[in-house]
Design a protein around this ligand. Structure first.
Ligand SMILES: [Zn+2]
Length: 379
């Protein structure tokens, strides 16, 4: 296997940019230069230290936007990698490097697909956009979220959004996402009164108080889910208390939990159910919330069907439609676009040491993206 076919060269160049969040490398400039050769026009929109780019080809409808991020998670301990994380390295049938799957591989496939598509269909009617951010893996404040908050896109401007995140499980196109669950995190502190374990009547044990509260929180039934979403799930992620010695009742207990929720509820309803239990407990407490996103769901089947047919055409696979997984920028795009689908490479090695992509998967994904472009613009 050589590293010299078009798609692999593209990916090799993209991986070379050490674009850890927030991406301030020249990665977006590289993509801009490439697209410019196919007559795309690029606007850069910067918020604080985050650069976003919107590249546009053509005009009018239909408009298909590819959504992605050029930033990557840190390499972690580079001594654990078998090769340099920011140098694309072949290993058997795989190409290894940070961002190969999440999601420079997806971006490279889309770049290659639009170039081939435009070369073969010079006068198609419609608009292709690439909307890329350098801030997806971090807090994602100044990326796609900000573009949407600042009304960068007109209502009805975007007909279809294809989020190129690694949605696939074992083979390309086996899973696509038509939505994601919402996510809200609570940081709860229960206050007691510190004291000697031998004199419990003079203290108030916050661990004991918490255990009662937690069991009530775990019993909350938020909803039953629906056709597209599993039931809302409440998970405790951290509990911290105690002074480290055996004879002291601590003064407080800190608990963190996260709720992944369906479209059958919303974050206000979730908060109210939790606050009711906390208030009824008569404990002194403090809670800070972090709401990372509402759930979204694409109900219209038009674009889902286009994606499914394209996958079937190229791979002969029947696709599973799912709303599982973490949050993505699809949640923000769903505010301005009714049809958002996530379809990309496999997610088995994302964020890991030795992140990799199967080389053959790249050409399969190029073909699928090209087939989608054809179905949207040529029919
Ligand atoms: Zn990603």
């Amino acid at each position: 296997m050589s590293l010299n076919n078009d798609i692999v060269i593209l990916l090799k160049d993209l991986i070379n940019f050490e674009s850890v969040t927030p991406d301030n490398s020249d990665c977006q400039k590289y993509i801009d230069d490439y697209l410019c050769k196919s007559n795309f026009k690029t606007d850069y929109i910067k918020y604080d230290d985050v650069q976003n780019m919107i590249s546009t080809y053509g005009n009018g409808s239909p408009c298909l936007a590819f959504i992605g991020h050029t930033d990557v998670v840190p390499a972690g301990n580079i001594n654990l990698w078998d090769s340099k994380p920011f140098k694309l390295t072949k290993k058997d049938d795989f190409l290894v490097g940070r961002g190969t799957s999440d999601m420079k591989g997806g971006i490279a496939c889309f770049m290659q697909a639009v170039r081939e598509f435009i070369d073969e269909n010079k006068n198609f009617q419609g608009t292709i956009k690439l909307i890329l951010t350098g801030d997806e893996e971090g807090d994602a404040i100044n990326g796609i979220r900000k573009l949407i908050e600042n009304n960068t896109f007109k209502k009805n401007e975007l007909d279809f959004c294809l989020v190129g995140e690694p949605s696939s499980s074992d083979s390309i196109g086996d899973v696509i996402r038509n939505g994601r669950r919402g996510s809200i995190t609570g940081h709860l502190t229960i206050f007691g009164v510190q004291g000697h374990v031998a004199y419990p009547e003079k203290a108030k044990n916050p661990i004991h108080l918490s255990s009662k509260i937690l069991s009530q929180l775990l019993d909350i039934k938020f909803d039953n889910g629906n056709e597209y979403f599993p039931p809302t799930s409440f998970q405790i992620s951290n509990i911290n208390s105690g002074t480290g010695v055996d004879n002291v009742i601590p003064g407080s207990a800190a608990i963190a939990f996260n709720i992944r929720y369906s479209t059958e509820t919303n974050h206000e309803e979730i908060k109210n159910k939790i606050l009711k239990i906390l208030n009824d407990s008569n404990c002194k407490y403090n809670i800070d919330w972090k709401h990372s996103g509402e759930p979204f769901l694409t109900r219209n089947n038009e674009f889902i069907d286009i994606c499914k047919q394209s996958i079937k055409n190229v791979t002969n696979l029947d696709t599973e439609i799912s709303t599982n997984g973490g949050t993505s920028d699809g949640r923000f795009m769903a505010k301005v676009c009714n049809q958002v689908v996530e379809l990309g490479l496999t997610n088995r090695s994302i964020h890991k040491i030795n992140e990799c992509v199967r080389k053959d998967d790249l050409s399969v994904l190029v073909k699928i993206y090209k087939s989608i472009l054809t179905r949207v613009f040529i029919k």
